[in-house]
Write a protein that binds this ligand. Structure first.
Ligand code: 2DT
Length: 211
């Protein structure tokens, strides 16, 4: 029986290795004969995404509330497309999603429920892999770029907000990302194998978030 694609999301702090693990997973899925694509949020290629890019690079000043809603709009503008891709049987491996959205704004001091609100109703990921590692491990990795959130003190607040939000979600697995790339991929792969088995036996409906 043909099945819909799996919606896989990676979340975590800057420099935790999300992007390279996403790329490796897409390659692995393709090599094992599956259809897979990589997505990332923010998607800086759209008109909305260009505003986000300017904000992150410090070229455009926006209120915390406005940029929060713009990050959310950047997900909403692509929901129909994601739905179609999943229904065609292609797996989506996504680097960040609404969890980063809620966490980064709440780390600025805003109420978590307020932060989650604009993303209510988005397609719910089948599995969220939260890559986490101690501060000491992450700070040994190559340095930050110059974007607005790439500051040690803010990252600590983001870490606390991620831990708090994600421990209450039923689709999240915590992945210890302190090992080598290969070790971390092995941990991820065990969860993906299981998620792929589960989706085949599950009803194929797409679920929605936080409603
Ligand atoms: P990258 O470095 O991964 O491109 O992320 N962010 C991301 C938010 O504040 N809200 C969101 O909804 C999303 C998806 C996390 C750029 C930065 O944007 C933050 C880091």
């Amino acid at each position: 029986m043909s099945r819909r694609g799996l919606f896989i999301v990676f979340e975590g702090l800057d420099r935790c290795g999300k992007t390279s693990q996403c790329e490796q997973l897409v390659n692995f899925l393709k090599q094992s004969g599956q259809k897979a694509i990589m997505k990332r949020y923010p998607d800086r290629t759209t008109t909305i995404g260009q505003t986000i890019n300017n904000y992150l690079q410090g070229k455009q000043n926006l209120s915390d509330q406005a940029i929060h809603l713009i990050f959310s709009a950047n997900r909403w503008e692509q929901q129909e497309e994601l739905k179609k891709i999943l229904e065609e049987g292609t797996n989506i491996v996504c680097d960040r999603y609404c969890y980063s959205g809620a966490v980064y704004t709440s780390a600025k001091g805003y109420d978590m429920e307020w932060c989650k609100n604009p993303d209510k109703g988005l397609i719910k990921p089948d599995i969220v892999l939260y890559l986490h590692a101690p501060k000491e491990v992450i700070s040994k990795r190559s340095g930050f770029g110059g974007e607005v959130y790439e500051k040690e003190e803010f990252q600590q607040k983001v870490r606390e907000a991620f831990d708090k939000l994600l421990q209450n979600e039923d689709n999240v697995v915590f992945i210890d990302a302190s090992g080598t790339k290969e070790e971390v991929f092995e941990l991820i792969n065990q969860h993906i194998k299981k998620a792929l088995e589960d989706i085949t036996s599950k009803d194929q409906k797409i679920s929605h978030l936080w409603v």
